[in-house]
Design a protein around this ligand. Structure first.
Ligand code: ADP
Ligand code: MG
Length: 501
């Protein structure tokens, strides 16, 4: 008799259901970390929105307890708001957002604030309240998520008159939190955010009612990164297929020029001819094999490097000023590397080494940033930590520096995050190399500073010794020589002081 083996039943879950089951992948692994994540996701969106609209961000964050473990968070910004028809989707649907273009932004997945809403809903059972305005009427939406379907559920809508021409967004959530355990990290997050976004002002009211104001130190919004086309080295087979489909039968020549950055007509013609394609061939006639062949040829061809105008580094001066203000070090060396590229994605690395910082006990502390966001958790397996671990301080400084802070900032159109929680960066060799080069450059500058300081100290010591003994030697020598008056030594002392001796 035939024996059939029992087979499992099959099913499908939505993306929201996936994150409901695996919320630790998005960083919501326990109440303390979730408290930090909820704040971070809301603040990050406020900063992105304000910058995109060219507005200097004023962000008000307040956190309070309404029960033993139940927290209430309110985050208000002065950004452009969200169109009322988009509010349910932007806040209540996973993988829905406005940041999928090729340009640097803090958000990337269309996931952050929706994950915060999901966590809020499953731990408090209450809807979120979102209030938005672009300066016209104010719209208020009470929102839940249909987690099984990945769809927003609007529970109530209000339209209110806007007497004061207020614009911005307010997000209010209840969730199971643990502020006491998260406090240190949250305060560090705010402090470091004001280094990476020195043009932002953030006021935080903690559960005890204490106000913490993180003032802006730069009165100008950073230059808005420009949205660009993909680089030919930054596409894969799927992306190439999509671009070809969108090109609606153009010639290959015009497809290459219009779909990719850094490809002009001359480059496109040379490339196509070298790859064995006719520049006039319509894209609609390409077979599957042709597409793969084109992709392979694109990877091998040496196109000019990607355009870095889509990136927004902090800048050496702004970084130095912010570090000086917050850490009050004896000396800071800052290095911004020229744009580089990994897998076709442009990136810029900035590194600062601050020596003799106030408030740092012990040797070296690493502070990491990605697209102007401080990374607080999961440092152990981050690319910057790997570089720092193997870094040979001895070859620059003879001793390991004390009370020193190392800052690394990577900005890119695609940060290689290891998880959806966006706290830990993977280590493509190109990124690793740039961090190392920048760190070396900072160390060289620090070495010059320290050597200079040693020689000034040494000169001071020598001067004091000469000042003490030279008059006595002069007098003793004159007595020995039978002279009446000892020579004047002040000229010699002056020369020693000037370092000419
Ligand atoms: N404070 C805000 N101001 C303006 N737009 C916002 C704000 N918060 C969220 N949004 C919109 O909601 C979208 C989804 O946010 P989010 O889930 O955090 O994903 P992401 O930030 O990765 O795009 C954003 O892309 C943005 O368009
Ligand atoms: Mg976001």
């Amino acid at each position: 008799m035939e024996v059939l083996i029992m087979q499992p039943a099959f099913g499908e879950i939505s993306v929201s259901d996936f994150f409901y089951r695996h919320r630790e992948l998005a960083g919501f692994s326990n109440p303390s970390r979730a408290t930090y994540m909820v704040i971070r996701e809301a603040v990050e969106n406020s900063l992105d929105a304000c910058e995109e609209a060219g507005i200097l961000p004023n962000i008000k964050v307040s956190l309070s307890y309404t029960g033993d473990e139940l927290c209430h968070l309110r985050v208000e910004d002065n950004g452009p708001g969200v169109p009322p028809s988009e509010v349910p989707f932007a806040f209540g649907k996973f993988l829905y957002g406005s940041k999928f273009g090729v340009r640097q932004s803090r958000g990337v997945f269309g996931l952050g604030i929706t994950m915060a809403l999901l966590y809020s809903q499953v731990t408090s059972g209450r809807p979120a309240r979102i209030i938005v305005s672009n300066g016209g009427d104010i719209f208020e939406v009470k929102l839940r998520i249909d987690i099984e379907k990945n769809m927003p559920l609007v529970e109530g809508k209000k339209r209110l008159a806007n007497m004061e021409e207020w614009h911005g967004s307010i997000v209010e959530l209840y969730f199971k939190g643990d502020y006491p355990r998260a406090e240190k990290r949250i305060m560090e997050y705010f402090k470091l955010t004001s280094i990476a976004s020195p043009h932002a002002e953030i006021a935080f009211t903690d559960p005890a009612g204490d106000q913490h104001l993180f003032r802006r130190s730069v009165e100008k919004a950073p230059k808005q990164p420009v949205e660009t086309l993909p680089h030919p080295h930054g596409v894969d087979a799927e992306m190439l297929r999509r671009l070809l489909k969108r090109s609606e039968g153009k010639s290959l020549l015009s497809f290459m020029v219009k779909s990719f950055q850094r490809v002009g007509y001359a480059t496109a013609r040379k490339f196509l001819e070298s790859a064995g394609f006719s520049p006039h061939q319509p894209t609609s006639t390409l077979t599957n094999d042709d597409v793969l062949e084109l992709l392979d040829a694109m990877r091998k061809y040496s196109f000019p490097p990607p355009d870095a105008r889509c990136l927004s580094p902090i800048g050496e001066d702004a970084l130095r000023d912010a570090i000086m203000r917050i850490f009050e070090p004896e000396f800071v060396a800052v290095c911004e590397r020229p744009p580089s590229v990994y897998l076709g994605h442009p990136f810029i690395v900035e590194v600062a080494v601050a020596y003799g910082c106030k408030g740092i006990e012990g040797e070296i502390v690493l502070y990491r940033f990605a697209n102007r966001v401080p990374l607080i958790y999961d440092a152990h397996s981050d690319v910057s930590m790997n570089v720092l671990r193997r870094f040979n301080w001895g070859s620059y400084l003879h001793v390991r520096p004390q009370a020193t802070a190392v800052f690394t900032h990577i900005c890119s159109t695609r940060i290689p995050f290891k998880t959806a929680g966006k706290e830990c960066i993977a280590d493509p060799p190109e990124v690793e190399r740039e961090i190392e080069l920048a760190l070396k450059e900072c160390c060289r500058r620090l070495k010059t500073h320290l050597t200079g300081r040693v020689s000034v100290e040494e000169r001071g010591r020598r001067f004091n010794a000469y000042k003490k003994y030279l008059p006595k030697i002069a007098q003793f020598a004159s007595e020995l020589a039978g002279r009446k008056n000892a020579p004047n030594v002040s000229l010699i002392l002056e020369r020693i002081l000037e370092g000419k001796n």
